[in-house]
Design a binder for this molecule. Structure first.
Ligand code: URA
Length: 431
C-alpha cells in the first residue's frame, strides 16, 4: 500500500481496494503515514466520497486500530448508547443518562471535548467541581452496576485511529464529510460495545449537516454501518437552527440539564431528552415500546427518582451535584429586544461563536475552557416579545467581552411581525 497512490486514486474518483484502505488507516494509527498524506487523502474523500463498502472498511479498520469494550458481557445485559453529531447548547446526554438509569437501564457513555462553536459533554461535566472524567474500564463497569450511569472520556486505547484522524480533519476543513463523520461516530459506538444506539443527528445552521436531505444521508449511512455489525440504530433528526434549550456554556448547561432532570427544563430540550429516553428504554431489555418508555421517563422525572440518579451519578464521579457549587461569571449583561414582535430566528452558529469567544469553547485544541461564561437565550423562535424585554443574558468575565458578545447575540436574533411555522425540535426519525 502506497499512500500517494491511494490519494491519487481517490482524487481521480476511483474506488480503493478494501485491504489497502484498511492498511492506510492502521498504518496512520501506528504513526507510519505522515499527517500531510492523510490530510490530502481526507480532502480527496471530502470531494469524491467513499462507497458503502469503503465506508465499512474504514469503520472496521478504525475499530481494529485499538481495543474494544464488551460492556454487554461485563454487565450481563443488553447495552444501549446514544450519541450526538454535535451542536450548540447540546447537553442532552447529561439529562438522558440519569433519567434512563432511574428507569432501570444502565447508560455508560464515552464523550468528547468541544472544539470551535460546538460544546463537548466532557467540558460541561468538568465545570462541576471535583468531577472526574477519566475512569478505568473496571471503574466504569463498577459504576454502571452500582449507579447505572457513567460518562467518561474516550480512553487512548479505544479507536486511536479516530482520535488522530478527527484532530487532523478538524484543522484541515474535512470534518463535514458524510462518510468520514459516519465512520468516526460509528467506530466509537461499535468499539464501546453497545447493542442498540440512538443517534441524534443535528440539522441546521449550527450543525455539520445544514439540510434535512444531508442529515438523512448521514443517518442512513450510520444505520447501514450499524446493521452490518449487528447493531440496532435509530437516528433522530433534530433542529439545530437555534440553540438547544436556553443555556450555551459549560456550567450554565449543567444547571439546565439538572433543571430538566427535575422537570423544570425548557420545552424544546425537555422534549428531545424525553424522546431520546423513550427510544433508549424501548431498545433496552425492559421489554417496553416507545410509548411506555416515554411514560416511564416522564414518571422518573415527576417522582424525583431521575434527580436522585443524577445526584448519585455526579457524586460517584467525585463531583458536587449542588448547583450552588458551579462557578458563576462576575458580569451578567442583558440583551434587550429592539422592538415588539415575534422571534423568527435565533442563529445557532452566531450564538455558539459568541459563547466560544467569551471563553466557553476552544479555538485551538489546546485552549483552556472557561466553565463559567456563556449565553442564556431566554427568547426562542416563535416567542412574542415587547421592546426592552430580555432576549438573552451574557455571562462574562469582564465588561468588554460582555459587550462584544451582547452585540453578536443581538445580531443572531431576528424579530418579525408573523410567527414562523412551529417545527418542533424533533424533525424526523430514521429507523
Ligand atoms: N462527532 C464525531 O465523533 N465525529 C465526527 O466526525 C463528527 C462528529
Amino acid at each position: 500500500m502506497r499512500p500517494a497512490e491511494l490519494i491519487e486514486q481517490k482524487r481521480n474518483g476511483g474506488e480503493h481496494d478494501l485491504e489497502d484502505l484498511a492498511e492506510l488507516i492502521l498504518a496512520y494509527a501506528r504513526d507510519e503515514v505522515p499527517d500531510y498524506q492523510m490530510a490530502a487523502w481526507c480532502m480527496a474523500v471530502f470531494f469524491k466520497g467513499l462507497t458503502d463498502a469503503e465506508t465499512h472498511a474504514l469503520t472496521d479498520a478504525m475499530v481494529r486500530s485499538g481495543e474494544t469494550l464488551d460492556l454487554a458481557s461485563a454487565l450481563g445485559r443488553k447495552v444501549v448508547d446514544k450519541h450526538s453529531t454535535g451542536g450548540v447548547g447540546d447537553k442532552t446526554s447529561i439529562a438522558v443518562g440519569p433519567i434512563v438509569a432511574a428507569c432501570g437501564v444502565p447508560l455508560g457513555k464515552m464523550s468528547g471535548r468541544g472544539l470551535g462553536y460546538t460544546g463537548g459533554t466532557l467540558d460541561k461535566l468538568e465545570s462541576i467541581p471535583g468531577f472526574r472524567v477519566e475512569l478505568t474500564t473496571d471503574e466504569l463497569v463498577r459504576q454502571l452496576k452500582d449507579v447505572g450511569v457513567a460518562i467518561v472520556g474516550q480512553t487512548a486505547d479505544l479507536v486511536p485511529a479516530d482520535k488522530k484522524l478527527y484532530a487532523l480533519r478538524d484543522v484541515t476543513a474535512t470534518v463535514d464529510s458524510v462518510p468520514l463523520i459516519a465512520s468516526s461516530i460509528m467506530s466509537k459506538k461499535l468499539a464501546a460495545g453497545a447493542d442498540a444506539i440512538v443517534l441524534d443527528v443535528k440539522v441546521g445552521d449550527g450543525a455539520f449537516m445544514k439540510t434535512l436531505d444531508d442529515a438523512r444521508v448521514l443517518a442512513e449511512r450510520m444505520r447501514e454501518i450499524g446493521a452490518r455489525a449487528g447493531r440496532e440504530v435509530t437516528c433522530l433528526l433534530t433542529d439545530m437552527d437555534q440553540p438547544l434549550g436556553r443555556a450555551v456554556g459549560n456550567a450554565l448547561e449543567i444547571d439546565e440539564a439538572r433543571d430538566t432532570v427535575r422537570g423544570d427544563g425548557p420545552a424544546d430540550f425537555t422534549e428531545l431528552v424525553l424522546d431520546a429516553c423513550a427510544r433508549l428504554l424501548a431498545y433496552s431489555d425492559l421489554g417496553v415500546d416507545v410509548e411506555e418508555g416515554r411514560r416511564r421517563a416522564e414518571a422518573a422525572v415527576a417522582d424525583g427518582s431521575a434527580l436522585e440518579a443524577y445526584e448519585r451519578w455526579i457524586r460517584a464521579q467525585g463531583g458536587d451535584p449542588d448547583s450552588a457549587a458551579l462557578e458563576r461569571a462576575q458580569v451578567q449583561l442583558a440583551v434587550s429586544a429592539p422592538r415588539d414582535g415575534v422571534v423568527t430566528r435565533v442563529g445557532a452558529l452566531a450564538v455558539g461563536i459568541a459563547a466560544m469567544q467569551l471563553g466557553a469553547g476552544r479555538r485551538e485544541k489546546t485552549d483552556p475552557v472557561d466553565h463559567a461564561v456563556g449565553v442564556l437565550c431566554f427568547a426562542k423562535r416563535g416567542d412574542s416579545v415587547l421592546a426592552g424585554d430580555d432576549l438573552a443574558e451574557i455571562h462574562a468575565r469582564d465588561d468588554a467581552s460582555a459587550e462584544r458578545a451582547a452585540a453578536a447575540v443581538l445580531a443572531a436574533y431576528e424579530i418579525g411581525d408573523d410567527a414562523p411555522p412551529d417545527r418542533g425540535v424533533l424533525l424526523e426519525v430514521v429507523g
